[in-house]
Design a protein. Sequence first.
Lengths: 256, 1090
Amino acid sequence: MSSSTVSVSAATPTTRHSFQRRVDEIKPSKTDINFVIMDYLINEGYPSAAKKFAMEANIQPPIEEESILPRVEIRNAIYAGDIEKAIHKINDLNPQILDLDPTLHFALLRLQLIELIRKCMTTPDADITPALTFATSQLAPRAPTNPEFLEDLERTMALLIFPPENLAPPLAALLDPALRQTVATRVNEAILGSQGARREARIRNLVRLRAWAERKARDAGKDIPDKLDLGLNADKEGDDEDDAMNGNGETDAMVS
Amino acid sequence: MTRSSIPPALLELRNPSTPSAQITALRDLKNEIVGHDQRKEMAVRSGVVGPLVRILSEGSRRVGKRNGGGVELNGSATRIRGGEARIGGSQEDWSAEDEMRLQAVLVVGSLALGGPAFVTPLLAGNILPPLLDSLVLRDVPSKLIVATLRTIITIADAVALDRSWTETADGPLRPSASTVMASQLYTKTVVESFAEILVQPHPSMIVHQEISLTVQLITKTCQDDRQRNLLLGAGVLDVLATKVAVMAASGDVTLRAIGCESRHQSREALPIMYLPDILEAICAIVKGSNYRTARFLYSEPITEIFPTSSKSSGAGEIPNLDGHASSQGADRFLPRLQAVANKHESQFSKAFPALGSISMLGMNPQVDGGQFARIPSFIDAHAAMNRTISGDEFESPIFPWLINIARTRHGFDRLSAASLLSMLKKYSEAYPSDESPKNRERALAFLVVPLLVNMIQEAAHSCDTKNKSPPGNAQQRVNDRKFLEQAQIVLADLIEGSPALQKAAVDARAIPTLCTILKRSFDPVAASSKPLWSPRTSAEDVIDPDVDPGSSTLGRPGLSSELLHALRYREGALRSIAALTDREDAYRKVVIENGAVACITEALVPYPSQELEESNAKQPGPKDGNPIPVLIAACWAARSMSRSVSILRTSLIDYGVAKPIHGLLTHPNVEVQIAATEVLCNLVLHFSPMRDSLIEAGSLKTICEHAHSANSRMRLNSLWALKHMVLTATNDIKTKCLDELGTGWLIRTIQGEQKDYAGPPSQSHVSTAIGMRTPNAAGEQVDLLNAVDEPSMEIDESSSSSGDEDEDNTPEVLRRPPHRALNSSTIRSELKAIKQSEQDPRLRAEHDDLRIQEQALDFIRNLIAESKAGAAEMIDHLLSTIGSTRFFEMMASKLRPTSSSSPSTIFPPSPARTRSPLSNPRDQGLTFGQLHFNQAVLAPPEILLSVVFILIHIANGRPQHRALLISQTQLLNHVLPLFQHPDRRLRVACVWLVINLTWMDDSSDMPAARDRALSLKALGVEQKVRELTTDQDLDTRERAKTAVEQMSKLLDGSGNGGPGLGLGGMDGGGFESRRPLGSGFGGARGWRGE
């Protein structure tokens, strides 16, 4: 699993900036990097990848797989557009997650409504009654509790009115699968939070920290290269990893 | 799809067909109601509670049966399963019944999230017992236990929001939700199952969750001493101590204690994220009791990981080098802080500041942080000045360890560590070790207090609804609120009674912050959420006759969480302000400048009781009144503020504090009454402008009634207030007060309910265990009254058990303080002593009784303490109502050493001791050390002092009063030993008595005065006074000289009496005018404050 280690320090531009030299001098501990990767895999819910990684890197496997599995199932259900199943699974896990977070609950229900509408849009002359009933019973009662809910609901209902071919960008965004990803991430964070764990993988924080540090350094006029790559997209392994981040489910690009 | 789906599910539940159908129904129901209050309401109205309770209790009954054979036959085997199975996971024996119960538990949890309105029917349906029954570790799957715990916590949270929190009545007619909850939760069985859950080894995440939820539940619900002791008795505290110790020994690397750095990380240790849960639960259990705190501090796992430093150096078993290394290690946790210089050093440095240090400070403004500055280049003989505070100065290395956690970590880790520190600090103040507390205080002042203040500031900022920062997620908001509520309480606990820490908080700009927070708590709260919209206008109520009405009717909506938050942080701010201002006038002024007094007054207003019942539907706002905890906190704040004379005369008048305080005197809750009386003590002092209006309003009568209360604290505080009220009052008021109280009652109070102070002979010897405070703390009585100044009780018991002789003869210096002598038997006996002093009802009663006696005596003293003619009338009145013989007999009984039987029970067969050395001390060549010991038979100095002052005041009356007093030979004989009392106040008082007795009003009094002087000489008083002219105390010496002069003039001849009398007169007059002050609020003692 040295690939990612390499990818961090792989970027070697031709003109070496003094900053870059300093970067090269720093030898990050492999244990730390392995830890960050393992943390990412567990947090984002890649249990089998985590197991394989543990074998390759010769570190302790994650303590319990079964705590990851429900998150994987829920994520997959959301990715697949089966929101009802996802909601039920969340409620099986811990009903307080949605009970205590109306915003998240609303986001999920709206996604479910979008999926219903999508069905109407794809099949010609479909009956829109299920979508309307769902909106009335599930979303409408919650809409007045929060102005944002109302706006979201209105926009979603607009999907029923406009032809799907040329939607305004905000409406088109609703049909974009990326919305599923966003919601799935929020659900994942909420579940982790409910278990008392960190809500996101450490690496995300590290990346933000790095961006913040870079901005601070630039603001202060420090002598650093004009462009500092994360080192993730520079080569092939990085691309693979990026796919893994957004990939779906168990298939792990990194190990394969 | 939505509404229609509830009835089928409910129908299925009411008429169950198959388990699987029920499971499906429950699951559907759950998915329907989650996040949807309307549907929750409908479910409850249509009677869902009954079936839920049925399912849960059937489940737990089955568990009992399944268990019935198993436990007896192979109890150990099941236990092993419990341990082993958990590692692999809990799925293996997951039955349909388990699933059904799980779903039912989840439904209950979701319903409870609807708030108090939903919890009322749940509790009415008796939901708790079956839930609590399923906390049996050995035959309930972990998954179900986790869900159950979560549901119980939800119910507990909702109960906290219940209106009963606002109810003013002491005992509500119907049991409130919280009392129901507390009584069902804190039973032996339930608490033992808590302990069982906690004690299991924890390698898996689900066990972590079980433990975490259990301790959270304990933290949230543990509120009174009975519950705390129950938890202690079930071993919960010990288990938690073990958890902390294991985490410090082999948990997360950043948590390691000294000497454990190299250990292997163990899976037994809980992950670091559970640390605050554990620490908070420990705080919840030890709170309010030094005994429980000591139990934690000296529990085996804690002393093992955090050995006290002298264990290594003192015992000599471990090489010195090691001890050195460990002490250096302890400093790893503390940054270098200059130690507090001792008196000599500080004088030196102030008078002659080192040049080097000054130039350094001048050159480098950053270093110039006042006391923060260490002087780096001060290399000369005064190395002591550069001495840094080391971890050894704390009783236990757990102090620096916690300080380090508070400093290096954030959020709840920091808060909970600071909270535990505040508890431990209270304990170490009550039972101090030989180290000076100065350095410990400094460490806390510089390292912890600023962090806490900062935490309050940040939390206040992010909780401020006005600033429109992105709200963050819900969890964050909940956390911020918790920080704001709790950090203020922790701050108050930490700085209470410690000027150094108060200063640190003020330096961190705590006062403006707290005042802003306090003011904001009165802002209208925004409605938390708007109600759900419903397509139908109102739910048509179809009342099903089959459904039990109790469990299908929603309860009152309860407080909104916003309002509860406002009330809680109001309480926190008031408590912090009270703690900040209990000493320093300057801080009080800042509080006033920040406009907080108006808020304090406003926080003194209770809920109007009737109105609340009538306007059930209306949500009370933040300005509609205050619940009991806020009222008490506001009283404390008012008490602290009223300790300033100038504020008493200005701000407190302007904002009309007196009126609400008077109102609270008749509040239904006795704790509120006591808190209000404590404020009143200061408001009715003779220089207070509020005194007259308060007396006019009738507070005198109320207080006199309260003085007869069954509650001893109420009696004490009422007498205290009365004592202040009668000082320099008109004779009308004094007489009225005396009549209201009843002389008979007063006499009984002074004589005490228990005349025999001697400790019961059965008590084991514990005197070394806590004989650590005052040099003259030999008898318990002595220390009992020291508690007037130091609220912590400290009872030094002497008793008859064998082995105490050596201990008693040990000079004070050689007595090892208990913290340093750490073998298990001393720990045990020490703990026992603390427990006894704290929990033995007899000792407590004696202690209270003595304090009340003191106040009663002071009351009499203030009745007659005045130089004007009115005082003489008062003396006459007093003597005639009580009867002079009875009165003087009463006084004598207070001065008399306790009956001869008591000393012999206290000090067995040693002949040297059974003699009464006090009557003839010189023959025995008593040293002070022995004298203390013998004083065990005398009343405590405070009582003696009060009695002697009463006599002084009588001697200050008319000549016939003096004559009357001088004729009380027996009484004066009892005064005689007091001339050698180690307490200088008593010696001075005795001399004053002589001065007053030999005082002449005019020349016509001359013969009588000479007679008096002669009788005094005959009694041996003159001799005693002469001895005191060489007393070590200056005041005593000078007064004694005056007295000797005055006496010798009377005795030697009449010729040169004139000038001498003049001198004496001046002195005496001076004293008389000072004396009432001294008796009323001499020093800090008179100010009401604990």
